[in-house]
Design a protein. Structure first.
Lengths: 271, 397
């Protein structure tokens, strides 16, 4: 007698189960694997952060503390120097105080930024001491930060010097009645800025030899251009300026002034 | 009954009580020195006159005149801090009651000039006797443009030559100048310029001015305007800054003196005017950025209009020049820009004023009247200076 349909279905199912094992248990392991991988990587990142975070925190705390200390010191210094009339004493002892800020202000600012700088140094040291050397924290980052700060200082100083020199050259050239005064001033400014940029890139270890060569070529080119422009292109102007200077020197009387009443034509006597 | 003096063998104490006048002389040519000494001995008895000379003259050379050596200084176009210190020290040492300080080429001063200066301090009526030189219109331009107007407006005095090289001082005035000079000599700046008029006014010393006629004026070692203007104007600005507490109070100006007749017209000045106007235009095109840090917009507008003026009719308005000088004085005090740059940027503006002054003189105008008009403009704008000095933040170009 043949098997009943129900038995056939059950037999078929058991045979299918042997050939095609159930899917549900394998999906869970893939997901589990993925989840494990994600967890592991997340754990590594977190570990790294935990390793570095105290150092970063120490860095910012050091900087903040020293900044606050600097603000306090500069305020106290400002009051103390004002009380002893430091500006007047300096003005008496140094007949011409050329900087644009008063001596008290300069000292106060110097003390503030000195404290900030000290905070940066101590913060960097604290950052250095806080992380484990066996971790995979890039150790080259620390000295690079120092170089970056130095590069920033070089950039600031270079910009200030460039502006000062450009202004000095502009005023002197205008008073010498040189028509190319602005050109000279711009040339000097860009020379100093190019030099500053090269020094900054050198500090940041960007470009290496390429930057050095490029700077040399550019700087030399600028100097050569200026020389050609002044020597050849502005030859007539320079000649006229020099002739005017010689004429003025020749007109100036070498002996003291002749008393008035002669009616003669005389050069200007500014004093 | 006559009695012999019991102590006749002891030397009688000397009746000398110092000297009435000490004349401090710079290095002079021999003929000039003898001329001055002979004129001074005509005014003051030789036993009352002490001469301190830098010529290295022996004490017996001009007997019975007392001649002593004065320390050598680098006096050139103005009395220096060392000169004032030496004058006070010698006056103290030899107990001189009045001092006459003369500059190089003092032999060109007339006898009347010497007499006026000497008499004023001898009788004790004046602490500071200053000369009024008769100069041609092309001379003493910095004095006419800046020194006299600023000193007159701020210290309420009509002394025409605040930086005169010849002057008479009382002991009190000499001590005052020496105290001011020691601040500079103490740090080795023997050649520093001092300003007698502000010192006299602040110390409440009497001041008088006397006509001395013409004089051969010595020139600075470096007469280049680029050096001279910065040196003299910078020194004046520093002194004004130091005495700010005094000059901000309103003071009455003494009556005007009777003007001297106009000096000889300046001739052949057109080339100077042309080059100065060109220099001003060049500066206007190139120094706008720097001037805009110091000068307010309406002053820059005035300069813009001026730059479009032809050389023949070029003239800087008096009130414009007064504002320029006052704004530069404020910027000097506030250190808006580097002080060397500030004074360098002032040079083309000063030369523009000079060009206008020459034009006025060439067109027949009285140069002295022009200078007085400039000084009056400085007087009128003093409230502007005081307000900007007290509240510098209210206006910031």
């Amino acid at each position: 007698m043949p098997a009943s349909p129900l038995v056939s279905v059950r037999l078929l199912q058991s045979r299918l189960a042997e050939v095609n094992p159930p899917v549900y248990p394998d999906n869970a392991s893939v997901l589990h694997h993925m989840s494990d991988a994600l967890h592991n990587s997340f754990y590594r990142v977190l570990s790294l952060l935990i390793a570095v975070l105290p150092g970063i925190l120490a860095f910012f705390v050091a900087v903040l503390i020293f900044t606050a200390l600097g603000m306090g010191i500069s305020a106290v210094l400002r009051r103390a120097l004002g009380w002893v009339r430091f500006d007047e004493r300096i003005a008496r002892n140094v007949a011409a105080w050329a900087p644009s800020s008063s001596p008290t202000e300069l000292f106060a600012r110097a003390s503030f930024w000195g404290c900030v700088l000290m905070g940066l140094v101590i913060g960097v040291s604290a950052f250095d001491a806080s992380y484990d050397a066996e971790t995979n924290v890039p150790v080259r980052l620390l000295p690079y930060v120092t170089h970056a700060i130095a590069a920033l200082i070089v950039l600031l100083v270079g910009t200030v010097v460039a502006r000062f020199l450009a202004r000095s050259v502009l005023i002197s050239a205008v008073n010498a009645q040189l028509q190319y005064a602005r050109f000279l001033s711009l040339g000097v400014k860009w020379l100093v800025l190019v030099l500053t940029a090269a020094m900054v890139l050198d500090h940041l270890e960007i470009g290496g030899t390429v930057v050095e060569l490029a700077f040399g070529i550019l700087f030399g080119g600028i100097v050569l251009t200026l020389s050609l422009a002044v020597g050849l292109g502005s030859r007539d102007l320079v000649t006229r300026s020099l002739e005017r200077g010689v004429e003025r020197a020749g007109d100036r009387p070498a002996v003291p002034h002749v008393p008035s009443g002669t009616g003669s034509s005389e050069s200007l006597r500014h004093f | 009954m006559a009695t012999a003096d019991p102590i006749s063998d002891l030397p009688r104490p000397s009746a000398r009580t110092g000297y009435a006048l000490m004349a401090l002389l710079p290095p002079l040519a021999q003929d000039q020195l003898e001329s001055i000494l002979s004129r001074l001995t005509g005014m003051v008895a030789p036993e009352e006159l002490l001469v301190a000379s830098q010529n290295g003259v022996s004490a017996e050379a001009y007997s019975p005149l007392t001649v002593v050596d004065a320390p050598a200084t680098r006096i050139s176009f103005t009395q220096t801090a060392a000169d004032y210190v030496n004058a006070a020290e010698l006056a103290r040492k030899y107990d001189a009651r009045a001092i006459l300080m003369l500059g190089p080429d003092a032999g060109s001063l007339s006898s009347t000039a010497l007499h006026n200066l000497v008499a004023a301090v001898l009788d004790g009526s004046t602490d500071l006797a200053l000369p009024f030189y008769d100069l041609p219109p092309n001379a003493g331009l910095i004095n006419s443009a800046i020194l006299y107007p600023v000193t007159r407006a701020l210290f309420a005095t009509r002394a025409r030559f605040p930086l005169a090289i010849d002057m008479g001082l009382s002991r009190r005035m000499a001590d005052r100048m020496a105290a001011a000079g020691q601040r500079f000599t103490g740090i080795g700046q023997d050649d520093a310029i001092l300003w007698p008029i502000p010192e006299a006014v602040v110390a409440d010393c009497s001041l008088a001015e006397f006509e001395v006629g013409s004089r051969a004026l010595p020139q600075p070692p470096d007469p280049d305007i680029r050096t001279l203007l910065g040196l003299v104007t910078g020194s004046l600005f520093s002194d004004v800054e130091a005495k700010a507490a005094y000059w901000q109070r309103p003071r009455r100006l003494p009556p005007a003196r009777v003007s001297l007749p106009a000096a000889t017209r300046y001739t052949d000045g057109s080339s100077d005017v042309g080059s100065m106007v060109e220099g001003f235009r060049l500066a206007f095109n190139n120094l706008q950025e720097i001037w805009s840090l110091v000068l307010p917009p309406h002053t820059l507008l005035g300069l813009k209009r001026l730059s479009a003026t032809e050389p023949a009719s070029f003239r800087m308005p008096e009130n414009l020049w007064a504002r320029i000088v006052y704004d530069c004085l404020i910027a000097y005090r506030l250190r808006t820009i580097n002080r060397g740059h500030l004074l360098g940027a002032l040079i083309p503006l000063y030369l523009a004023w000079v060009a206008g002054h020459i034009n006025i003189t060439n067109s027949g105008g009285d140069p002295e009247r022009h200078v007085e008009a400039v000084a009056a403009a400085f007087d009128a704008d003093k409230p502007y200076l005081v307000s900007r000095w007290r509240w510098p933040d209210r206006f910031n170009p």
